[in-house]
Design a protein around this ligand. Structure first.
Ligand code: MTE
Ligand code: MO
Length: 390
């Protein structure tokens, strides 16, 4: 069994698939703390978890050259990454492209893991800056004439030896404010086995799939990764595209994700007591590409009328003058909260949320117009029904 050396996991996780392991926390855990604890952070593995000896671990960094002719590669040990490069810390949300796929699946069948709203988490990551490592490997500004992409290869592999791989635009990898990390710590702890021990790349603002875990190799190239997951998966299509007509070459790989929000509390189908008089609604909101969430609107009448939720960017009381991230570098989610009186005239509330980002991008109101055969990019208004008990 190639999965026999997979680590133990927290029993509260809801398992979507056991081998490879794919699981998410119950929704209410997501809004209990601004930083998602490691054990509750969703796990999305395509392959068995590799057991890597940190003593003999080597990361290879290659700069291919315009005709793939540049020889030589930098080889770095874990100690090198920890000691030869300044340590940077970034708080960034990671969301899977398939988060909320179950909502899309309910509207019309899709192919993929049936994620609820929990394929997202917010972590504080520490490691070497990808930019610093690329420069140490000999990347020079002249290379921008031909280099377009930075490819990542994982050390996890299937029985045929195929490894996980992905790539990101060079500009994101090399820019000072792209904040890409080669992370060896997650929330102040050593990177857990499920999250890429000993090294994973953190690409803030970018879809989970490009945040390659168990990183073995980095290649600066003129082309994208040739991996299945870059070329023939993680792309969006028209609702009119079906499995007979889909041509993966016609769509760009997903990188930055669109605006997203969801209700974590109460759960769909929850019952509240009339005598409570009010109910507190909670959730998360996040947008890709470093776009800050500037507002979350919440409705308890199915979207007829709206109230503005309170936003939190930490667990502490927000002090006046606290530093907001620079524009374009808002990598972390916001948690939102709203307490509303229970409506007198009804026994059922339909709670709806929708978020707005700094580019005034907003979520679509319904799913069918954004439906796609793989069920990715599922970001329509989130809705839950709540019963009021007399
Ligand atoms: N990296 C490797 N090597 N193998 C993988 O299967 N899955 C990707 C990405 N990096 C994956 C990987 C996907 S699709 C997602 S959503 C994130 O890791 C999930 O990260 P997490 O398990 O730390 O939450
Ligand atoms: Mo993913």
């Amino acid at each position: 069994d190639p999965f026999s050396s997979d680590p133990e996991r927290h029993p509260v996780l809801r398992i979507n698939n056991l081998k490879p392991f794919n699981a998410e926390p119950p929704p209410e855990i997501l809004s209990e703390s601004y930083i998602t604890p490691n054990v509750f952070f969703f796990k999305r593995n395509h392959l068995p978890v590799p057991r890597i000896d940190p003593e003999s671990y080597k990361l290879t960094v290659e700069i291919q050259g315009p005709n793939r002719e540049r020889g030589g590669a930098l080889s770095l040990s874990l100690d090198d990454l920890k000691n030869k490069f300044p340590k940077h810390t970034v708080t960034a949300t990671i969301q899977c492209a398939g988060n909320r796929r179950s909502d899309m699946h309910k509207a019309k069948q899709v192919k993929g893991l049936n994620w609820g709203i929990g394929a997202i988490g917010n972590g504080t990551w520490s490691g070497a800056k990808l930019r610093d490592v690329l420069l140490a490997a000999g990347y020079s500004p002249d290379d921008a004439n031909w280099a377009r992409h930075v490819q990542f290869e994982g050390l996890d592999q299937d029985v045929a030896g195929t490894t996980y791989g992905a790539s990101i635009p060079l500009r994101k990898a090399i820019s000072e404010d792209g904040d890409c990390l080669l992370a060896y710590e997650m929330n102040g702890e050593e990177l857990p086995l499920d999250h890429g021990f000993p090294i994973r790349v953190i690409v803030p603002g970018t879809v989970g799939a490009r945040n390659v875990k168990w990183l073995g190799k980095i290649i600066v190239s003129d082309v994208e990764s040739s991996s299945h997951w870059q070329q023939n998966d993680y792309k969006g299509f028209s609702p009119s595209t079906d499995w007979d007509t889909v041509d993966y070459k016609t769509a760009p790989a997903i990188q930055e994700l669109p605006i997203q929000s969801a209700i974590t509390v109460p759960a769909d189908g929850a019952i509240v007591d009339r005598s409570d008089e009010e109910v507190t609604l909670k959730g998360y909101a996040w947008s890709g590409g470093g776009r800050e969430v500037v507002r979350v609107d919440v409705s308890i009448d199915g979207g007829k009328t709206w109230k503005i939720a309170q936003l939190k960017s930490s667990d502490k009381e927000q002090t006046a003058g606290a530093m907001a991230p620079p524009p374009g570098q808002a990598w972390a989610w916001k948690l939102w909260e709203l307490t509303v009186p229970l409506p007198a005239d009804t026994e059922e509330m339909e709670v709806v949320c929708k978020a707005v980002d700094s580019s005034y991008n907003m979520q679509p109101d319904s799913i069918l117009p954004i439906w796609n055969l793989r069920g990715v990019l599922s970001n329509a208004w989130h809705r839950v029904k709540v019963k009021i008990q007399e």
